[in-house]
Design a protein around this ligand. Structure first.
Ligand code: RI2
Length: 329
């Protein structure tokens, strides 16, 4: 029987269904899921407590495959909890420490977004016309911070089919008092010639500086390159993928057909298959800078951010919770 608490299972379901979405928000929600698992565990030994948290980590990890923030958030939490559990037999103390570890991740994430806003806002000048894409808290923070600093600019926001996250961005910008244009995705190349620079978020960044973000981002980058605009990516440093240091590719999530076409239309066709990839990769050649909370870096410096965080990452560190799950589970 699963020892994963219903509240953690609900968090996992919300991530899977995209009720909770956005790479940073997914990571924080997953960490909250682990905090709940630790708090609600009835284990009487620290190893059993780790087992309960590990079961929760497995469920949360399997919700969405592309946003590296998710396994990185789980890894942050689990490796620290494991170190605490090895140091003591006091389960109540480890349970309390789990809350502190989770809170420190969430605070680090919130502060990183604020710092990205400060650093990125320096790239915005009065009179700029800016392009963004999808809905990224980190990219939006740059725009909102620049606006609060008194910069005058406007923003093009494509709808971002099939889930229309552009509407969330428009609502945020509107609330902040920033002038923006709603456009269809088809209008991106045509209107790119009217813009000055692009800011997007990231779900994952590979060791070679390639950026995985919402499907269509690489087309935005191509159009920006053609129009000779600067292309900036806003990403907290926990969105860099350590597994890509070992040569692993980041998996591109394919989601259900029903996000694109109603089921009755689909069943009326005999020879049609829907492909719904959720992300694409923008190569480093199309990216002028990645703005992290530590400063802006050229995409080619992604490997040094990874090395600072993980050293020379080895595959045993990939899913540290797995070794705590009994084989029968
Ligand atoms: P923040 C989103 O993915 C978008 O691709 C967005 O650019 C990225 O996460 C980063 O968002 P999805 O969850 O972490 O909508 O900057 O598939 O908010």
């Amino acid at each position: 029987m699963s020892s994963v608490p219903p509240k953690t299972l609900q968090i996992a379901e919300d991530i899977r269904s995209m009720r909770t979405r956005g790479a940073g928000r997914i990571a924080c929600a997953a960490v909250q899921g682990l905090m709940i698992a630790a708090e609600e565990s009835r284990a009487s030994t620290t190893e059993h407590l780790l087992q309960d948290v590990a079961q929760a980590a497995r469920v949360l990890y399997n919700t969405r495959p592309s946003a590296v923030s998710l396994p990185n958030g789980l890894r942050y939490f689990f490796t620290r909890l494991e170190a605490k559990a090895k140091a003591t037999d006091d389960t109540a103390a480890v349970r309390r420490q789990a809350q502190d570890i989770g809170q420190s991740f969430i605070t680090m994430s919130t502060n990183a977004v604020k710092a990205i806003g400060q650093i990125g806002s320096r790239f915005i000048d009065d009179g700029d016309v800016i392009f963004t894409y999808c809905n990224s808290a980190a990219a939006a923070e740059i725009l909102i911070t620049a606006h609060q600093m008194g910069r005058q600019f406007s923003v093009y926001v494509p709808e971002t089919r099939p889930k229309y996250q552009g509407y969330i961005t428009l609502t945020w910008l509107d609330k902040a008092g920033i002038a923006s244009y709603l456009i269809t995705d088809n209008a991106i190349r045509y209107l790119m010639g009217h813009a000055d620079k692009v800011f997007v978020g990231a779900d994952a960044i590979a060791a070679n500086g390639a950026v995985l973000n919402k499907i269509g981002t690489s087309m935005v980058a191509l159009a920006a390159d053609e129009a000779r605009l600067d292309f900036f990516v806003a990403a907290e440093s926990y969105k860099f993928s350590p597994l890509t240091m070992l040569g692993e590719l980041i998996q591109i999530e394919e989601r259900e057909a029903s996000e694109i076409v109603p089921a009755d239309r689909l069943t009326s066709w005999k020879h049609v298959t829907v492909r719904n990839p959720a992300f694409d990769l923008t190569p480093p050649e199309y990216i002028d800078a990645i703005i992290t909370e530590q400063g802006q870096i050229p995409p080619q410096a992604a490997i040094s951010i990874l090395y600072e965080q993980y050293g020379w990452f080895t595959s045993e560190l990939a899913l540290p919770w797995e070794s705590h799950i009994p084989p029968s589970s």
